[in-house]
Every structure is written in C-alpha cells, then in structure tokens.
Design a protein around this ligand. Structure first.
Ligand code: FPP
Ligand code: MG
Length: 303
C-alpha cells in the first residue's frame, strides 16, 4: 500500500528516539541538584504514549514529505513532552487532583515530596523553552524557531493549557454547561496538540494557509482525545491506563459523558475525529497519511 512501516512500529521507534533524546536533554555538566534531576527524570522516563512529541515528528514529515530535519524536530518534540510532563506532575498534586498513580507508577510527589514535585514541574517547564530554542542549533531556521517558541508560550500559558486547567478547577457539576466544558477541553488538552502539529509543519516548511488548517486539525483531534480520556476514565482498564479509573466521578468533574451521556460522547468523538481528518486533508500536505492514521488510532485507543 503506502509502503510505510506499520503504525505500531512507527510509534515504538519514535518513542525510543524521543526517550533517548529526553535522557540527554539536561546536560550532565550542568550543576543541577541531584534530587531535582532525579525527580525530573523520574516523571520524564515514566513511559506514557509520547503522543505529543510523535505528532511533532509526524507533522514535520508530513509537511516535508520525508524525514529530513529530524534533529531539530526532536528538540521541539522533547520541549512539548516536558511541558506535558510538568502539567501532569502539578495536576496530580494534593492541591489539584490529588492522585497517587500516573503512568503505572506512584506520582512524583508520592516519591519526592510535594516541594520537590513542584520544583521538578518548574524545572521541566523552564527547560522546555531551552529545548525549543535549541532547535536553531540543529538546523532549523531561526525565524521559524522564534515562531515556535512564541506559540509554545501562548498555547501552554494563561490563554492556553494553564487557562484550561484553571477553568477545569473552577468547573462544577450542575453549574458548568457545554460551552464552558468545550473551553476547558480546548485549552487544557487541545492547545498542546495544536502546538505539536503546527510546530511540526512549521519545521517542515508549511505555508500560512496550511498552518491554519493544521491548527483546526489539532483543535478537533484534541477534543476527540479528551472525550476518549473521559470515556476511558469511566470504562477503561486501570492496568492499561496506569492510573485509577472513575477519578472524574469521584472528584465531581464535569466531563462529556457526565453532561451528554455515553452514547452522545461516542458520537462526538467520531465526529471530532472526522472533522480533524477533513481539516488535515484540506491542508494538502505532501504526505499526510501518517497523521490520518494517528487520528484513527487515538479514537480507538484503550490507554
Ligand atoms: C493525559 O495525556 C493528559 C491529558 C488528557 C491532559 C489533561 C490536562 C492537564 C492535566 C492539564 C494540567 C495543567 C496544569 C497547568 C497543571 P496522555 O494520555 O497523553 O498521557 P501520557 O503521556 O501519560 O500517555
Ligand atoms: Mg485534572
């Protein structure tokens, strides 16, 4: 058919590349307190699907039509995984969701204590910008890198992921309606996915109108991803998810299944996935097939 490796092989190979790069990301010669380094590394190397960094790599390949500039894309891929990992560490803290397990392991604060977990998150957040900016030294155009850094700040900051998390914390069953829930999902989840796919195609040399379509692809893919996350929290397998299920219900969280029911949530999941693929095809990238495959895979994932 397309002559490309199977998706499972692609995911495994790229996750390994990303994990090797993450291991090297904080230079050994930097004088980092060992316990802080250990705490950052604990969560960074705890596994996870590596979805966001894989999307950076796949989007760069889709726009370029090949695998060139892999090194620069890997730096940006690590940057978004660091932001994502910091957000999970902080999300799990007692002041937020107060969770004991993540990615099949005790949460960061359960191992290192709350203060060190907060600092590990802070360290990952700040180091992410170093990683993104460093793409310039790995062959990416300096102007493109600056655009990527600007996007990363906006999409992970107060109008992005942090804003979505703040709205999520203020949400209440009985008070939060669909438009607010959509705001929460678009920002706490879609924005990093939008970042990943637009940063990838920026590195691959995409034009402005293609970027706009990819932003839409990321938004819809993120909404679909979060609905599946909410569904899995209700009916998923704890051993596959690596964390406790029914945490949303226990915490009184407003989710799609809570607001519109399971059947309608499943319909919306399929609808948003279709919308995402449509926007992607409209971008007319040279090689979109892998991104289409990833969208289908995410809709059917069990972890
Ligand atoms: C699971 O990702 C995570 C989400 C679906 C996003 C939830 C958003 C937050 C927790 C935002 C927190 C923000 C702050 C500022 C604290 P995944 O299934 O890709 O996890 P994995 O990487 O472990 O596979
Ligand atoms: Mg949360």
């Amino acid at each position: 058919m397309s002559g490309q490796p199977m998706l499972a092989t692609y995911l495994a190979e790229n996750a390994a590349l990303i994990e090797a790069e993450l291991k090297r990301s904080l230079p050994e010669v930097w004088a980092v307190p060992p316990r802080l380094r250990e705490s950052m590394d604990y969560s960074l190397s705890a596994g996870g699907k590596r979805l966001r960094p894989v999307l950076v790599l796949a989007a760069a390949e889709a726009a370029r039509g090949g695998e060139s500039d892999r090194e620069a894309a890997l730096r940006v891929a690590c940057a978004v995984e660091m932001i994502h990992t910091y957000s999970l560490i902080h999300d799990d803290l007692p002041a937020m969701d107060n969770d004991d397990f993540r990615r099949g392991k005790p949460t960061n604060h359960r191992v290192f204590g709350e203060a060190m977990a907060i600092l590990a998150g802070d360290g990952l957040l700040t180091h992410a910008f170093h990683m993104a900016a460093s793409a310039r030294r790995y062959g990416a155009d300096a102007g493109v890198v600056l655009d990527i850094v600007e996007d990363l700040s906006r999409l992970s900051g107060p109008a992005g992921m942090v804003g979505g998390q703040a709205a999520d914390m203020q949400g209440e069953q009985g008070a939060t309606a669909l438009p607010e829930l959509q705001y929460i999902h678009e920002h706490k989840t879609s924005d990093l996915i939008i970042f990943s796919v637009t940063a990838g195609v920026r590195l691959g040399g995409a034009r402005a109108e293609q970027l706009a379509r990819l932003e839409q692809f990321g938004r819809k893919l993120g909404l679909a991803f979060q609905i599946q996350d909410d569904i899995l929290d209700l009916i998923g397998d704890e051993s596959k998810l690596g964390k406790k299920t029914n945490s949303d219900t226990a915490a009184g969280k407003v989710t799609y299944p809570y607001l519109v029911g399971m059947e309608e949530s499943r319909r919306l999941l399929a609808q948003f996935t279709d919308d995402a693929k449509q926007a992607l095809l409209e971008a007319r990238l040279p090689k979109p097939e892998r991104l289409v495959e990833l969208a289908d895979y995410l809709m059917n994932r069990d972890r």
